[in-house]
Design a protein around this ligand. Structure first.
Ligand SMILES: Cc1cc2nc3c(=O)[nH]c(=O)nc-3n(C[C@H](O)[C@H](O)[C@H](O)COP(=O)(O)OP(=O)(O)OC[C@H]3O[C@@H](n4cnc5c(N)ncnc54)[C@H](O)[C@@H]3O)c2cc1C
Ligand code: FES
Length: 506
C-alpha cells in the first residue's frame, strides 16, 4: 500500500470524534437489563430502556463505537438504495410502507434527541439520491419512483446530479439527514451517564447462566453483572442457539475514504449509485472547517480474500476522475450483516423467548433503523407494543432461499498451498505483509510486523472454525462466515468470535 498517497488507515469519524472513556467492570454489579455492545443499537436501546425506568448496564468489549457505527457513511435515511419496488413485489404494500415508516421514525427520533440534548454532531437535513450513470439504469429508477408514489414516499425522478458528476438520471428522497454518528453516540452516552446507566468499556460479554429468575452475565473481567434481561447489540449476536443467525445472515464489507481539497462547490445531497461498481458519497466538515468528502463502495463478501488495497485504489481513482480529488486523508473498511429478506432481526433471540433479545442484520442501513429498533426492544421488555414488532421479528417467515451459511470451514480450493517452511517464508515477507500457507494440512497465517517480528497464527476462526482471510488494505484477518475480524496478530476486533486466533510456534 502506498501509505503516503493513501493517508491513514482509520475511520474519519473515529479519528475526529470527541469522546469520553469508560472504566472496565471492576466489581460484581446488578441491573434490570444488560445491554452488550456500545454501537448505535446498544446505546439507543440503553437510552430507550432507561427512559422507561429500567436500570441498565451497558458493556462494550472494546471502546464505545469501535464497531460498524464508527465506520459508516453517516446517512440517516429511509432510502436504502433501490428497495421499495422489491419490498412491494415480494411482501406487499403493508410491509413496504412499514419499512419506510420504521426508518422515518428512527431518523426523526435521532433528530429529536440531537435537538433535545443539544448534541454537536453535524446533523444536517439533506436529500438522498440514488443515481444511475448509464441509460440502462433509468428503468430501475422509474420502477422505484412508482413504488415511492404508491407508498406516499416524498420523492421523484430528477436530472439533478452532484456537482461535477455525470449521471443519466437520479431518484431523490426528500427531507432526509446526515450526521457524525460517533459524535452523536458520545452525546447520547453523556446523557446515559446522567440517567444513571452503568457504562463499561473493555468488558466483553462471554456467556450468561440462569440463577433462579435472574441471569448472571460472565465477562472477560473477573466480575459479573446480574440482571433479568439481556440485549445483544454486538453486531453479530454472540449467542446463537441452533445456529439460526449463523445460518441466515451473511457479512458484507465495504470500503470508505475521506478526502479534503478539490474546487467543487458542494450543495445539498448525499448519493449512492445504482449501477456497478457502487459508489456512495457525501460531504462533512473537518475540525478546521474544511470540506471533507466521504467516498466509498467496493462492497464484497467479508473475508473473500480479494485485495483490499486494490479496492482503495479504485475508490481513489474514482474520486480523482469524478471530483478532481487527490488529497486522500484516511481509508477504512467495515462490515454489516444481511438477512434473507433484507429486514433486520430485532426481537427475542429465540422464538417465544423473553429474557435475551437481539438487534442485528441491518444490511448496511442501520443508523435510522436502530433508533426504531431500540424502541421495539424497549417495548418488548416493558410489555408495550410497537407497530414494527412483527416487521423486524427474527422469527418471521423467511424466504425459502435463505442462502444457508456454512458454519464449518468453507474450503477455497483456489487458495495458495505453500509447502515451504515458516522460517523461509517469513524471511521473504516485507514488514506489514502476511501470507497464508498450510502446515500439516491446516491453514496457517504468517504476519511480519513493522518491527520485523513474525507472528504465526492458526487461521481457524475461533467462532465456528471457518478459515479467515488476510485483508491487505486494513491489515486484518477477516472471517467470511459471520464477519469476525481479528487484528494482524490475532486479537478480536469484531465478533461473534470472543477469543483471539490461536498463536502457533515456528
Ligand atoms: C461501510 C459501511 C457504511 C455504512 N453506512 C451507513 C449509512 O450511511 N447509513 C446507515 O443507516 N447505515 C450504514 N451502515 C450500517 C450501520 O453502520 C450499521 O447497521 C450499524 O452501525 C450497526 O450498529 P450496531 O450498534 O448494531 O453494531 P456496531 O456498531 O458494530 O456495534 C456493536 C458493538 O458491540 C461490541 N461487541 C462485540 N462483541 C461484544 C461482546 N461479546 N461483548 C460486548 N461488546 C461486544 C463491538 O465492539 C461494537 O462496538 C454502514 C455499514 C457499513 C459497513
Ligand atoms: S466462523 Fe463465525 S465468524 Fe468466523
Amino acid at each position: 500500500m502506498e501509505e503516503k498517497a493513501m493517508g491513514m488507515n482509520q475511520s474519519f469519524w473515529r479519528a475526529s470524534a470527541v469522546r469520553s472513556g469508560y472504566p472496565e467492570l471492576s466489581e460484581d454489579v446488578e441491573a434490570d437489563v444488560v445491554v452488550a455492545g456500545g454501537g448505535i443499537s446498544g446505546v439507543l436501546a440503553a437510552y430507550s430502556l432507561a427512559e422507561k425506568g429500567r436500570s441498565v448496564a451497558l458493556i462494550e468489549a472494546l471502546k464505545m463505537g469501535s464497531g460498524t457505527t464508527g465506520g459508516t457513511t453517516g446517512k440517516l435515511t429511509a432510502q436504502h438504495g433501490l428497495i421499495y419496488h422489491d419490498l412491494l413485489e415480494r411482501h406487499g404494500e403493508q410491509t413496504a410502507r412499514q419499512y419506510f415508516e420504521a426508518n422515518q421514525e428512527g431518523r426523526q427520533l435521532i433528530e429529536s434527541l440531537v435537538r433535545k440534548h443539544g448534541i454537536d454532531c453535524d446533523f444536517r437535513k439533506t436529500d438522498a439520491y440514488v443515481i444511475s450513470r448509464s441509460e440502462d439504469g433509468i428503468g430501475k429508477l422509474k420502477k422505484e419512483a412508482e413504488a415511492y408514489s404508491r407508498l406516499g414516499i416524498p420523492g421523484r425522478m430528477t436530472k439533478s446530479s452532484p456537482p461535477g458528476f455525470e449521471s443519466a438520471a437520479a431518484l431523490v428522497m426528500e427531507d432526509q439527514a446526515e450526521f457524525h454518528a460517533m459524535n452523536f453516540l458520545h452525546g447520547i452516552l453523556q446523557e446515559l451517564e446522567s440517567m444513571g446507566v452503568q457504562l463499561y468499556e473493555g468488558t466483553r460479554y462471554m456467556e450468561a447462566e440462569q440463577n433462579g429468575d435472574r441471569l448472571v452475565v460472565r465477562t472477560n473481567q473477573p466480575y459479573t453483572v446480574t440482571c433479568s434481561q439481556i440485549v445483544l447489540a454486538t453486531l453479530f449476536p454472540v449467542e446463537d442457539p441452533e445456529s439460526f443467525y449463523s445460518n441466515t445472515m451473511k457479512p458484507f464489507t465495504s470500503h470508505l475514504t475521506s478526502f479534503t481539497g478539490g474546487d467543487i462547490e458542494w450543495g445539498n445531497g448525499m448519493y449512492i449509485t445504482e449501477d456497478s461498481p457502487t459508489r456512495t458519497f457525501r460531504t462533512s466538515e473537518a475540525e478546521d472547517g474544511r470540506l471533507v468528502w466521504i467516498i466509498g463502495g467496493e462492497t464484497h463478501p467479508t473475508g473473500d480474500g480479494s485485495s483490499a488495497s486494490g479496492r482503495y485504489r479504485e475508490i481513489r481513482t474514482f474520486a480523482k476522475e469524478a471530483f478532481g480529488l487527490t488529497d486522500m486523508q484516511t481509508y477504512w473498511s467495515e462490515h454489516d450483516l444481511v438477512t434473507p429478506d433484507k429486514r433486520p432481526y430485532i426481537g427475542p433471540l429465540e422464538k417465544g423467548g423473553s429474557s435475551i433479545y437481539v438487534m442485528t442484520g441491518y444490511g448496511k442501513w442501520g443508523l435510522a433503523a436502530s433508533a426504531c429498533a431500540a424502541r421495539v426492544i424497549a417495548g418488548l421488555i416493558t410489555g408495550e407494543d410497537h407497530p414494527c414488532k412483527e416487521l423486524f421479528d427474527p422469527h418471521r417467515q423467511l424466504p425459502e432461499d435463505t442462502g444457508n451459511q456454512n458454519g464449518g470451514n468453507d474450503k477455497d480450493e483456489g487458495k495458495k498451498n505453500e509447502s515451504t517452511t515458516v522460517s523461509r517464508i517469513a524471511a521473504e515477507l516485507e514488514d506489514g505483509q502476511a501470507i497464508r500457507m498450510e502446515r500439516d494440512g491446516k491453514p496457517v497465517g504468517i504476519y511480519k510486523d513493522e518491527d520485523g517480528s513474525t507472528h504465526i497464527l492458526d487461521l481457524s476462526c475461533t467462532h465456528l472454525g471457518c478459515e479467515v482471510a488476510w485483508n491487505d488494505g486494513d491489515r486484518t484477518w477477516d472471517c467470511p462466515c459471520h464477519g469476525s475480524v481479528f487484528d494482524s496478530t490475532g486479537n478480536v476486533l469484531a465478533g461473534p468470535a470472543k477469543t483471539p486466533l490461536k498463536k502457533l510456534e515456528r
